[in-house]
Design a protein around this ligand. Structure first.
Ligand code: FAD
Length: 106
C-alpha cells in the first residue's frame, strides 16, 4: 500500500475537492450521497488507525452536508483534528475555499 503520507495528501486533495465542487444548495439526494460517501470512506480508508480515529471523530462531530460552506468547514475541522494529532500547524478554516476552490499555489 502507499505510505501514510502520500495516501493522506492525495486523500485530503480528493475530499477538499469534493467539498469545493459540492453545491451551495444540495438536493436531499446529494446530501444523502455525500453523507454515505463520507461514512463509507471512513470505513474503507486503507490506514486502519487513521480510519478508526476518523470514525471516532465523526461520532463526536457528525458530518455537516447541508451546503458547500457547511461541509467545507466540517472537513476543515476534521483535517485540523488530524493536524493536531500529528503536531502539524492548524489551518485557518476561513481560507479553505481560497485553498481548494478559488485556488492558491502550494
Ligand atoms: P496534509 O495534512 O496532507 O494536507 C495537505 C494540504 O492541505 C496542506 O498542504 C494544506 O495546504 C492543506 N490543509 C492543511 N490542513 C487543512 C485543513 N484543516 N483544511 C483544509 N486544508 C488543509 N496520518 C497519520 O500519520 N496518522 C493518522 O492517524 C492520520 N489520519 C488521517 C485521517 C484521514 C481521514 C486522512 C485523509 C489522512 C490522515 N493522515 C494520518 C494523513 C495526514 O493527515 C497527512 O495527510 C500526512 O501526514 C501528509 O501531511 P502533509 O503535511 O503533506 O499535509
Amino acid at each position: 500500500p502507499p505510505d501514510v503520507e502520500v495516501l493522506g495528501r492525495s486523500s485530503w486533495t480528493l475530499l477538499h475537492s469534493i467539498a469545493a465542487t459540492y453545491p451551495e444548495r444540495p438536493s436531499r439526494g446529494q446530501q444523502s450521497d455525500l453523507l454515505s460517501f463520507v461514512k463509507l470512506f471512513s470505513k474503507l480508508y486503507p490506514c486502519w488507525v487513521c480510519a478508526e480515529d476518523f470514525q471516532t471523530y465523526m461520532g463526536r462531530e457528525a458530518p455537516r452536508v447541508g451546503s458547500r460552506g457547511e461541509f467545507g468547514m466540517w472537513l476543515c475541522g476534521a483535517h485540523n483534528e488530524v493536524n493536531r494529532k500529528l503536531s502539524k500547524p492548524e489551518f485557518d478554516c476561513s481560507k479553505w475555499e481560497e485553498r481548494w476552490r478559488t485556488g492558491w499555489k502550494d
